[in-house]
Structures are given as structure tokens and as C-alpha cells.
Design a protein. Structure first.
Length: 320
């Protein structure tokens, strides 16, 4: 991004790609600030916005008339939103040197909306930069992606996340370590996992299924397992994270013998050490796969409760 600014030729459209929570939106905002900051360019050659001038502050607060944001309404970005954007772009920028449009989840554009946006990209308005945010380039129509310069945002390292969580978000170091390890490099996900009740929820999920004592799995009462499925299905928002927690636990049981220092659930090392010899690697891998296919089925909108019931039986070794 610095190279872009240094070269002094910012393209008309940028595409920021990366998983959620790796700083794409923050980078887009910083770029808008860097392009418009009122402070003399001498400060780091205009690469770093001052953050305190009137323009920087208004941009940061989302109150600058030349910063336009489009986000999905419900699940979709609709053509009416893009048409409204076109109408605004037909006018000159109010005050900014470079007007900035941020499209936060570009994949959510329906085909009509995407085609309307394509027209903007084909005839880019004056002094305007479009920034599209997406997980990967293939989320977009090739005709759109090819008109944008792409910047990739990699996952954040465990250490970087842990520092962000403890220093900026006041998370206790131990919880931060687990959340960072669980997050797959995404700050958004790490924050979700560092909410206080997640550690409690992990304890509940693992113990309710019986994965803390694998030697007792086969005698776990059926009604208890089905009750776990029912409770999770009743809290749909928990399901993706609950599945992550289960996979992380199974993974830890799998790797403990080979690399105990790389546990995700570091705080449970003693329990994992006791439990890990009770299941074969093959049994653990089978269960990890079972969680993966349950996740895909739920994402494909199959009945969550039925999928989870089946999964619980698989985890307990009653079904393969
Ligand atoms: Zn500034």
C-alpha cells in the first residue's frame, strides 16, 4: 500500500483480498486518510496520515461526505444501492482530493448490482478511488476483478494476535493465547473467541460430549448427546464456533504426543495429556472429518439439529 502511495499513481480501483478480520477495512480507511490528510506531506512523505487533522478525524468517524461505503443490506448488495452510488459519483467530490468508495463485502453483490458497478469501473469518475473488499478474487465476476489492482492480506500471526488482544482489547494473556490459536489468523474471530463466556462454553461442549474423558465415550448416555445437539441447534450463532472448538480439541488430542508445545488449548494441557492416549490417531482423524462434513451440511442449509445429532453419535463412536 505504501508503494502505491509513494508511486503517486493510485489506480481507480483496488481489490483487497483476505479472510475476515485481517485488517482489510482498516487498511481501506487508512488509505482514504493518507490520500486526503490535511497535514503537510512532509510527514513521512504523505504515506502515513496524521490521524488528528479535521479530515482524518471526519474520515475515521465515518462522517466525511466523500467517503462512501456500501455494505450488504441483509445478505445482498442490491442494484438500488449501486445506482444510488452512481448518482453520487456523477457529482464532483465535495471536499476531498480523492473521494473513496468502500464496498465492504463485494461478494454479496447480486449480478445486477455487479453489472451496475462494472459500468462505474469502465468509466471511472474523476478523483475517485473504489476499494472492494473480498475473501478471494474468485468471489467476484472476472470482468470486475480484472479491472481492479489486487492486494492480498495474509492471516495474522499467532503472536501478533495475542499482542493485539492483550494490549488493545484487554484480554487476559492465557485466554488471548487460546483465542489467537483458534482464530486461523483473523482478529475478528480471535475477538469472538476471547469473549469471557467462550472458555466456559468450550468446557461445556467438550465435557457434554465426553471428549474430556474419551475412555468413557462409549458409555455416554444417548439422551445426553442428543441434548447437546438440541441445545446447539437452538443457538445457531454458536454452531460454527462450537465446531471449531471441537476440532481444536480433537486436533490437540492428535498432536499432543508429537508436539505438546503447539497445543491450542494450552490451559488444558494436563487434561489433554491424560486423554490423548485413549483414542487412536485414526479414530481422531475420522472424527475431525465428521465435524468437517457436518459443517458443510449446515452451511448448505440441511436441518442443523439432525446434522448435529448425527455428529454427536459419530463423535461418541456410535456411528461411523
Ligand atoms: Zn490528517
Amino acid at each position: 500500500m505504501k508503494t502505491l502511495l509513494r508511486r503517486d499513481v493510485v489506480p481507480h480501483a483496488l481489490l483487497f483480498c483476505g479472510i475476515e478480520g485481517v485488517g482489510k477495512a482498516q487498511a481501506a480507511l487508512l488509505l482514504a486518510m493518507a490520500l486526503n490528510c490535511d497535514a503537510p506531506a512532509s510527514s513521512a512523505a504523505g504515506e502515513v496520515p496524521c490521524g488528528v487533522c479535521r479530515t482524518c478525524r471526519r474520515l475515521q468517524a465515518g462522517q466525511h461526505p466523500d467517503l462512501l461505503t456500501i455494505a450488504p443490506e441483509g445478505a445482498l448488495i442490491r442494484v438500488a444501492q449501486v445506482r444510488q452510488l452512481c448518482a453520487s459519483l456523477a457529482l464532483k467530490p465535495y471536499a476531498a482530493r480523492t473521494r473513496v468508495v468502500i464496498i465492504t463485502d463485494a461478494r454479496a453483490m447480486n449480478p445486477e448490482a455487479a453489472n451496475a458497478l462494472l459500468k462505474v469501473l469502465e468509466e471511472p469518475p474523476d478523483r475517485t478511488l473504489l476499494i472492494l473488499l473480498a475473501t478471494q478474487m474468485t468471489d467476484l465476476l472476472p470482468t470486475i476483478a480484472s479491472r481492479c489492482q489486487q492486494l492480498r492480506f495474509g492471516p495474522l500471526s499467532r503472536r501478533c494476535l495475542q499482542t493485539l488482544l492483550t494490549e488493545r482489547h484487554g484480554v487476559a494473556p492465557e485466554a488471548a493465547g487460546i483465542a489467537a490459536a483458534m482464530s486461523g489468523g483473523s482478529l475478528t474471530r480471535a475477538l469472538r473467541f476471547s469473549q469471557a463466556d467462550w472458555l466456559a462454553r468450550r468446557k461445556w461442549v467438550i465435557a457434554a460430549i465426553g471428549l474430556d474423558r474419551p475412555e468413557m465415550l462409549s458409555s455416554r448416555p444417548l439422551d445426553v448427546l442428543l441434548a447437546v445437539a438440541e441445545k446447539l441447534a437452538g443457538h445457531k450463532a454458536w454452531v460454527p464456533e462450537a465446531l471449531d472448538l471441537i476440532v481444536a480439541w480433537l486436533r490437540d488430542l492428535l498432536i499432543f504426543r508429537y508436539a505438546p508445545a503447539r497445543l491450542i488449548n494450552q490451559d488444558q494441557a494436563a487434561l489433554i495429556g491424560r486423554a490423548c492416549g485413549r483414542m487412536t490417531d485414526e479414530a481422531l482423524l475420522q472424527r475431525i472429518q465428521a465435524v468437517g462434513s457436518a459443517r458443510r451440511q449446515i452451511e448448505a442449509n440441511l436441518n442443523a439439529r439432525l446434522v448435529l445429532e448425527r455428529l454427536m453419535l459419530q463423535l461418541a463412536g456410535r456411528l461411523t
